[in-house]
Design a protein around this ligand. Structure first.
Ligand SMILES: O=C(O)Cc1cc(O)ccc1O
Ligand SMILES: [Fe+2]
Length: 442
């Protein structure tokens, strides 16, 4: 589909709303069986198929599955064979030794012509083990071509897409989603999808979550509202294609890419119902909670989504957004404080500037990223420290940027290409040089 046609399609999309709902949707009236999931003959000659995102026996709150009513069952496919992984890497990450240094990257260089979303995936690092379904990976993507007759799915984990440049039309088994910079999209484990570009180029970040699916964080004393509101999550309505002829299906499985050529498109689901669904979320709808008295609260109040680990309160990975907000703290150093964190922090920038770091060439820029692994000392750079220490503390609106963090309980181990690449900034440590001694002992 041309960019123009994809844009028109993206503009006309409608969605189902809510997070974790038992959604029901049919592209053709009568395609969804009533009263049972698997009738003797499914309506309209469709095949019924269950897609499980959790073990059958997981508690109801964690149980995820969808029933798909499709033109052909997924089982009807030829054998997969290995294909090149390109710049994609997976857990376990052992190409380099875990690094306590603070690292920062410029954006990826331009992709070569003809690079689609899958070919444009480039792994920065991660942790855990895809095969034992723990940990996460940080990928970036850059693409200049839509996927045509090519479909991707990830058996290793769910994919949280964070576009930084260029919109994407995601054609998934469950239907179509459009996602633009400032929004995020989630593709659940195993769901097949194709990415079409809504602009000439597309660039962004991906958190691949090998562990428990992202869920909304508890709100505790915040109450029944606030943070990411449930109804702002949008799931697709059923949509199917009837393409016959060769379609390449690429399957990421235990860290490697596998390919099979189907004789039809597997995006042929005419109706579905269930909880294992893709979704989009506009980060600008995040209800930001902050201090209205003093001090800078911990950024856990900015958690959009969390993937819990087995220890209560200790996330395998949190997705955190630094959205436009007011700062009013009295007698307070308002930007992020100096700190050392047991968690490991990968930060990216979707637009503008981040309030703890200087932007511009060689700084923290949109499309770039920083990694502050566990216990590494970081915080405001010298310029920010000096400015914020001297600022007049009038109410201040921070709305000149959109930053985010993938925060994980395990250190992120960089790939060889991440530490060897030209876009790794040399001398990042220098941003904390020149923080003078001001101590007066009298
Ligand atoms: O390091 C960072 O910039 C992320 C961050 C932000 C914040 O407001 C408090 C702590 C923290 O780690
Ligand atoms: Fe931090």
């Amino acid at each position: 589909m041309s960019g123009e046609a994809a844009r028109k399609t993206a503009e006309s999309l409608t969605y189902l709303t809510g997070f974790g709902n038992e959604h029901s949707t049919e592209a053709v009236p009568g395609a969804l069986p009533l009263g049972r999931n698997s009738p003797q003959r499914a309506p309209l000659g469709l095949y019924a198929e269950q897609l499980s995102g959790s073990a059958f026996t997981e508690p109801r709150a964690d149980n995820r599955r969808s029933w798909l009513y499709r033109i052909r069952p997924s089982a009807a496919h030829p054998a997969f064979s290995r294909t090149a992984n390109g710049a994609l890497r997976s857990a376990p990450f052992n190409e380099t030794v875990p690094d306590p240094n603070r690292l920062r990257w410029d954006p990826l260089p331009k992709p070569s012509p003809g690079t689609d979303f899958v070919a444009g995936l480039w792994t920065l690092g991660g942790n855990g083990d895809a095969a034992t379904r723990s940990g996460m990976a940080v990928h970036l993507y850059h693409a200049n071509t839509s996927m045509t007759r090519r479909v991707f799915s990830d058996a290793d984990g769910e994919l949280l897409l964070v576009p930084e440049r260029g919109g994407l039309l995601l054609r998934t088994e469950m239907g179509l989603l459009a996602v633009h910079p400032g929004e995020v999209a989630l593709i659940p484990r195993g769901v097949r999808f194709r990415v079409e570009l809504l602009d000439a180029t597309a660039r962004g970040y991906v958190c691949e979550n090998y562990g428990r699916p992202f869920q909304l964080p508890e709100r505790g004393p915040i109450g029944a509202n606030g943070l990411a509101n449930t109804r702002d999550f949008r799931a697709p309505v059923a949509a199917y294609e009837t393409t016959e002829g060769p379609v390449e299906v690429i399957n990421k499985f235990c860290g490697n890419l596998w390919t099979a050529t189907y004789d039809h498109s597997p995006l042929d689901v005419v109706a579905w119902h269930g909880t294992h669904t893709p979704y989009v979320y506009d980060l600008r709808t995040f209800n930001v909670i902050g201090s209205i008295s003093y001090d800078h609260p911990d950024p856990s109040i900015f958690t959009v989504l969390t993937s819990p680990s087995d220890s209560p309160g200790l996330a395998a990975v949190d997705f955190v957004v630094f959205a436009p907000r007011w700062l009013v703290g009295e007698d307070t150093f308002r930007p992020p404080y100096f700190h050392r964190n047991v968690m490991s922090e990968y930060m990216g920038l979707i637009e503008g500037a981040y309030d703890a770091k200087t932007g511009g060439k060689g700084g923290f820029v949109a499309g770039g990223g920083s990694l502050h692994n566990m216990m590494s000392a970081h915080g405001p750079d010298r310029e920010t420290f000096e400015r914020a220490s001297a600022a007049t503390l009038v109410p201040q609106r921070v709305d000149d940027g959109l930053a985010f963090m993938f925060e994980t309980r395990w250190p992120v181990v960089a790939t060889a290409q991440a530490v060897g690449g030209d876009h790794l900034q040399r001398g990042y440590d220098d941003v904390w040089q020149g923080l003078e001694r001001h101590f007066r002992n009298a």
